[in-house]
Design a protein around this ligand. Structure first.
Ligand SMILES: Cc1cc2nc3c(=O)[nH]c(=O)nc-3n(C[C@H](O)[C@H](O)[C@H](O)COP(=O)(O)O)c2cc1C
Length: 456
């Protein structure tokens, strides 16, 4: 065994640069702007200093609305992910660049070309995080309204992904290009990809979507799954479920890497970290944010209610939540939800704010403790292979990764559970991925069966 071969299983970090939401505190004096390149540069370069495998950007195709107005309790608006990542490629040299892009509204040939361009220009560091947000309200931005039924979102995504892959694979290594022809009803395309392969063959495929269909889709088609289940026990249950689905899809259990989103609150001692976590929560869930969260369900102003008092006793004014009220509340029955929330808050004696603390975030809760405590905990995640890594979501931009990189990473390295150098130059190498799914045997690639052309 070579001297530098890890003897302990390792975890990795990616960074999830959150845009619009309340889990980033944008009001502190040290906070940057969510649209200024300097914020992105600072975070990406810090992450690269900490040997993070990837810099990850979410996407929102339409601004959220709240009680008929733009939602202005957090910052609004974020630049296009691929444009930002192309700029970051120029000021970094190793870190992977992951763009969330919607499979429902993007056209496969165009999307394939844009992602492949990023992959080539970055030296094989790009990835596509496939999401399927599909409501008519978002679709209105694309002149497509609600063209796709919610139930069909993953069937469509699978067709798009298959086509995108065929475009990426259409240029052979032996100077031939193979025709890509697909007729799926929603789209009917014929053509050739416009670029050769990158240093990692083609962009890595991530997936984020938590339904059964979403998990099965990831097990069939993705290489990394971004989840919301980061606490130990839920993460373990999630990993077991995902590995079972991956094997059922005919792949090795570890073929799909698992990266939950996670927030870390760290300090010298556990007690200091707990105090800091209270400060973070107070800043994240302001009284106005707590009320706005409930207003998404109640459908009316709750300004008359005390955020430190019990949940509202009135019933929601609408029956079902509308599409403008944030993806998390899609078509929720409001009376049922309000009743369940009131019951939970009463049983646990939670005020409005405390309740929103508990249920409000997309992620399950932070990991809080001293650098040593958290490093010991993460070593357990590594030893039991509960995750392959975490997509770290800093609560401060752009300084929120500093203590993770300067204090937590060395603790993890000392324990042998975190890389001490990048494994190679491409994202595929950093993540320890096998060859792309379509490249595991000539027969696996449908493009090989089609007419081909000499590339001169
Ligand atoms: C942790 C996580 C982060 C996500 N981030 C985004 C995002 O930034 N933009 C987006 O359009 N969808 C995002 N999604 C995915 C959508 O929620 C998903 O595509 C859609 O809800 C349908 O998937 P589902 O029903 O399988 O959950 C995310 C999902 C998860 C689990």
């Amino acid at each position: 065994m070579s001297a530098d071969r890890p003897t302990r299983n390792q975890i990795q970090f990616g960074v999830f640069f959150q845009g619009v939401n309340f889990s980033t505190i944008w009001t502190e004096p040290e906070s940057g702007s969510q649209t200024d390149f300097e914020s992105f540069r600072r975070v990406a370069q810090t992450a690269e200093r900490g040997l993070f495998s990837a810099f990850f950007l979410g996407e929102g195709l339409r601004l959220r609305e709240h009680l008929g107005r733009l939602h202005d309790l957090d910052v609004a608006g974020r630049p296009d992910a691929q444009t930002q990542l192309a700029a970051l490629a120029a000021v970094t040299s190793k870190i992977g660049l992951v763009a969330t892009q919607n499979a429902t509204y993007n056209d496969p040939f165009d999307l394939a070309h844009r992602l492949q361009s990023l992959d080539l220009l970055s030296g094989g560091r790009a990835a596509w995080n496939i999401v399927t947000t599909d409501n008519a309200w978002t679709g209105a931005n694309f002149r497509r309204g609600g063209y796709l039924d919610h139930a069909d979102r993953y069937t469509h995504a699978e067709q798009v992904v298959e086509t995108v892959r065929a475009v990426w694979d259409s240029w052979d290594s032996d100077d031939r290009a193979h025709l890509v022809a697909r007729d799926f009803g929603a789209f009917d395309v014929r053509g050739l990809g416009r670029l050769p392969r990158s240093a990692q063959e083609h962009p890595v495929l991530f997936q984020a979507g938590d339904s059964d269909e979403g998990r099965d889709f990831a097990a069939r088609s993705a290489e990394v799954i971004f989840s919301a289940h980061g606490l130990f026990e839920p993460a373990k249950a999630f990993a077991e479920d995902i590995r079972r689905r991956t094997v059922a899809a005919g792949r090795p259990a570890d073929d799909l890497k698992i990266f939950p989103g996670q927030q870390f609150v760290l300090a010298e001692t556990d007690a200091e970290a707990r105090d800091k976590a209270i400060w973070v929560r107070e800043k994240q869930i302001t009284p106005a944010t707590a009320l706005a969260f409930l207003e998404n369900i109640w459908g009316t102003s709750l300004a008359a209610y005390d955020p430190d008092g019990p949940l509202p006793d009135i019933d929601p004014v609408v029956e079902v939540t509308g599409e403008t009220r944030g993806a998390g509340f899609r078509a929720k029955k409001t009376k049922e939800t309000a009743d369940a929330w009131r019951e939970q808050a009463a049983a646990e004696n939670l005020s409005i704010r405390e309740f929103v603390f508990k249920v409000g975030g997309r992620l399950e809760g932070g990991i809080i403790g001293s650098y040593q405590t958290v490093a010991d905990l993460l070593a357990r995640y590594a030893d039991e292979h509960v995750v392959d890594g975490f997509n770290v979501s800093p609560y401060l931009i752009p300084t929120g990764l500093d203590d993770i990189v300067d204090r937590l990473v060395p603790e993890l390295q000392e324990r042998g559970v975190y890389p001490t150098e990048y494994r190679g130059d491409t994202l595929r190498e950093h993540l320890g991925l096998r060859a792309p799914l379509t490249r595991r045997g000539a027969d696996a690639d449908p493009s090989r069966q089609t007419p081909s052309f000499d590339l001169v």
